[in-house]
Design a protein around this ligand. Structure first.
Ligand code: NAP
Length: 309
């Protein structure tokens, strides 16, 4: 016999407890709405993994963890309810929307999808096997295990640059491997890395092999121009090659771009009235903490307007 799901009623369900979702929660509760945030993993989203944020207006330096914790606490203190549950899908009835999780059905008037994105993997042999045995996707979480050792960071965006800066301060040597010779991330961070005498840039190169029997001892990189292969003797590889969204569960209610992002403009509205989207999970050109927070505010106020007084 299948167990009856518990029924819960609220005004707004926010799916995702990262910067966009928590900001939306703050705005919606301050507008007098009942809010439940559903989060499958941990509060804070991707920013928790950033060692040092230097580009959030008004906060010259803050760790991703402190930033996320402050945001979470602010939302909770204001009255948002946080539930560690994965949203499995959304359907509609005469009353509004129903967000389903494994154990509950959340009946609400509006939904904000703030699902963010997850780490892209290299997709090479032994990556899964060596994850946690030298291969990591989070320098803040795992960097301290590699104190005084030689490590590599792969990627050319802000995450890779910030990871390399953080690791350069605690590790013996840091190889920054990037597939091009131009960086996508901030030029200021590239300059800082150039000033470090223990950082080596390995450009126009891809990680093509992971070496080591039970834990990582070296990575193989292949120069894209010359085809030359080289082994870098490292005990840690921090993969920071971007994110991929995961919005398949909501594909019946919202349009998804080919890469999987939710189609929405700056108004954060999706094709379904009452379903809004905010942050890195939507189609946009700039994915930053500031734009995630901005989206959270826009989506929450739009949801409040949709619901009415
Ligand atoms: P990102 O900006 O998308 O950069 C990903 C990097 O990985 C790019 O340099 C890309 O190379 C490379 N890459 C992608 N696929 C690859 C593959 N299969 N093999 C090798 N290299 C690959 O990702 P991110 O650095 O994680 O940042 C995500 C978003 O968060 C960005 O908008 C970023 O600005 C933002 N962010 C902001 C902060 C902050 O505000 N402090 C901190 C961290 C991240 P190409 O350049 O050649 O495409």
């Amino acid at each position: 016999m299948t167990e009856e799901k518990k029924q819960v009623t609220t005004d707004i369900v926010i799916i995702g407890g990262g910067t966009a979702g928590l900001t939306a929660a703050i705005y919606a509760v301050r507008a007098g709405k009942q809010v439940i945030v559903l989060e499958a993993k941990a509060y804070g989203g991707q920013i928790v993994n950033t060692p040092d944020i230097e580009n959030y207006p008004g906060l010259a330096h803050v760790s991703g963890y402190d930033f996320a914790t402050g945001l979470y606490q602010q939302a909770i203190d204001l009255g948002a309810r946080f539930r560690y549950e994965r949203a499995l899908g959304i359907r509609e009835d005469d009353e509004g929307k129903i967000v389903e999780t494994r154990k509950r059905e959340y009946h609400c008037k509006a939904v904000i999808l703030a699902t963010g994105a997850k780490n892209r993997t290299l997709g090479i042999e032994r990556e899964e096997e060596l994850t946690g045995k030298g291969v990591s996707y989070c320098a803040t979480c795992d960097g301290s295990f590699f104190k005084g050792q030689d490590v590599a960071v792969n990627g050319g965006g802000n995450t890779a640059l910030e990871d390399a800066l953080y690791l350069a301060d605690i590790c013996n040597r840091v190889y920054l491997i990037h597939r091009r010779d131009q960086f996508r991330g901030d030029a200021a961070d590239v300059e800082k890395l150039k000033q470090k005498n223990n950082v080596e840039f390995v450009l126009n190169s891809n990680v093509t092999g992971l070496i080591g029997s039970d834990k990582l001892t070296a990575v193989e990189v292949t120069d894209k121009i010359s085809g030359e292969k080289r082994e870098l003797p490292v005990s840690g590889l921090f993969v920071a090659i971007g994110q991929v969204p995961d919005n398949k569960a909501f594909a019946d209610e919202v349009d998804l771009a080919p890469a999987g992002y939710i189609e929405a403009g700056e108004d954060c509205a999706t094709r379904t009235p009452g379903i809004f989207t905010a942050g890195d999970c939507r189609t946009k050109t700039v994915r930053q903490l500031t734009t995630a927070a901005a989206d959270g505010a826009v989506a929450a106020l739009a949801a409040c307007r949709y619901i009415g007084a």
